[in-house]
Structure formats: structure tokens, C-alpha cells
Design a protein around this ligand. Sequence first.
Ligand SMILES: Nc1nc2c(ncn2[C@@H]2O[C@H](COP(=O)(O)OP(=O)(O)OP(=O)(O)O)[C@@H](O)[C@H]2O)c(=O)[nH]1
Ligand SMILES: [Mg+2]
Length: 278
Amino acid sequence: MAINWYPGHMVKARREIEENLKLVDIVAMLLDARAPFSCRNTDLEKICRRKKILFVLNKIDLASPEATQRYLARLRNEGEKVAAIDSTSGKGLKEVFQAIKEIYQPQMAEMVRKGRRIRPVRIMAAGVPNIGKSTFINCLVGKKMTQTGAKPGITRGKQWVRVRDDVELLDTPGLMWPKVEAEEQGFKLAILSIVGENAYNQEEVTLYLLQTLQQKFPDIMTEKLKVSNLDQTAGEILNEIALKRGHLLKAGALDTDKTCMSILQDFRKGKLGRISLD
Ligand SMILES: Nc1nc2c(ncn2[C@@H]2O[C@H](COP(=O)(O)OP(=O)(O)OP(=O)(O)O)[C@@H](O)[C@H]2O)c(=O)[nH]1
Ligand SMILES: [Mg+2]
């Protein structure tokens, strides 16, 4: 799948992240819980490895709970620190703070050993577009957003938010464009709105989603999309849904563009159920 690249923006984003990284102890690397491995950006991770990374599976309310547990276990097996959260409700926030504390523990011990005052842990959020960085930041901050105050950084003034007595957050998240290395990954990133609409063919992406549902989530096909016959091609299923939804053009032909858009929207809003794609 063809993806549009913006090399100029990427260089700038990268430089900005590198600068901000100097100011923090931990990077909260956000991944979409519905397809965390597809959201990983090896370039971004490579830069952020200079500091400690906490992988945060966000949007767990939209993901299959069993799949989320599986993905967390897989990341833990790879030696990563992990947490999972629904940033819109705050479910999982306690675990995020717990994980941050654990990661910071060795640095704290070092400060104590050197007879220094223990300073609050400094963190920043990072990740690809639309992953929920801003929502996550607001979730961490809660009502305390009003307490935002300027605090000098190393190179220039940066905005810090005191989240708790022992946690400070850099208010600008590190944004990096997705790195698409395989076609299937591109489809998933399109379904999750991580790559923009102009970068993909909506029908191709919808057909991929329908195929996935057909193979892995037949119940969703019949119950949510009301497809009567699963023994059809994805294209035929698309037509059936278009008919059922009354998506017709003036001449009576099927308006499958409209159907594609509505299926993708339903998925994104969680109307098709809690579905994980990785
Ligand atoms: N259901 C659900 N939606 C979420 C969650 N976190 C974020 N969202 C939604 O995801 C969309 C993107 O969230 P943002 O916080 O704007 O994402 P971002 O990473 O800051 O996006 P950019 O700044 O564009 O890179 C918004 O519609 C949020 O409401 C979550 O945990 N659950
Ligand atoms: Mg944002």
C-alpha cells in the first residue's frame, strides 16, 4: 500500500524529540491496544532507547481483552516494561503510575546513594499520530491541568505539568510518522486512522477489514454487520452490506464508497465490538 511520506517534517520531528528526550527520565511509548505491534516505530524506539521506555497500550476499551493480555505478555517476554490504559476513562491509570515508579526505582536509589534529594520522575509521551497522546496526557494530569507552570528545561523553557508530587510530565508529546514496513501493517494503520485518508485506498482497506472479520470474527459479521452468507468474497460481502444499509446512487447502483466509510467509522467507534487486529 502506498503511503505518503513527508521527509522534511520527519527530520524536524526527530530533532524535537531528541531535544525533549534530554529532559526526561522515561518515555511513555503509546501503542494502540488493537494492533500494538503494527503501531511500533523502530526509528522512534531507537531514539528513545537513550532513556527508559514504558510501552503503554492505549484504547483498551476498544480492544479485545484477551488479545490485550496476550500482547502485554509478548512485550514482557521481549523484556519490555508495559502498562495498559483507557485514557478516556482513566481505567489502568494506577498501573501506569506503578510501572513508572518501578522503572524509576534504580535512579532513585542512585540519588539516595549519592546523598541527593530525590527529584520527581520526568516523563514524556510519544507515538505515532492519533494514538491518544494528548488524551493520555490529559488523563495523567486530570483536573490538575490548571496547575501548569513554566519550568526551565536544559536548553530552553519547556512546559512541565506536575502530575503528582513525584511525577512531572513534559506537556509536548513526541510525534513521529508511522513507519510502514509491510502491506498488512499499512492496512491496519489505515483502519486505526493512524495513516491519513489521503494515503490509502478506502475500499482496499475496507476489504481487508472485512476479510479479517470473516476469518477471525465471524460472529461480528453476522451479528453486527448482519451479513447472511459468510461464504462469499469480501467484495460480495461489501455489496450485501451496501444493499442492507440502503447505500444507493441515483441510478440505482450501489454506493460502496459510502458503505466503506461507514464500516470503517463503525469499527473506529467500537460499534462492531472490541476487535484486535495484530
Ligand atoms: N475509546 C478511546 N478513545 C481514545 C483513547 N485515547 C484517545 N482516544 C481517542 O483517539 C483520538 C485521538 O486522540 P488524541 O489524544 O488526539 O491522539 P494524539 O496522539 O494526541 O493525536 P495527534 O496529536 O494527532 O498525533 C481521539 O478521538 C480520542 O478521543 C482511549 O483510551 N479510548
Ligand atoms: Mg495530540
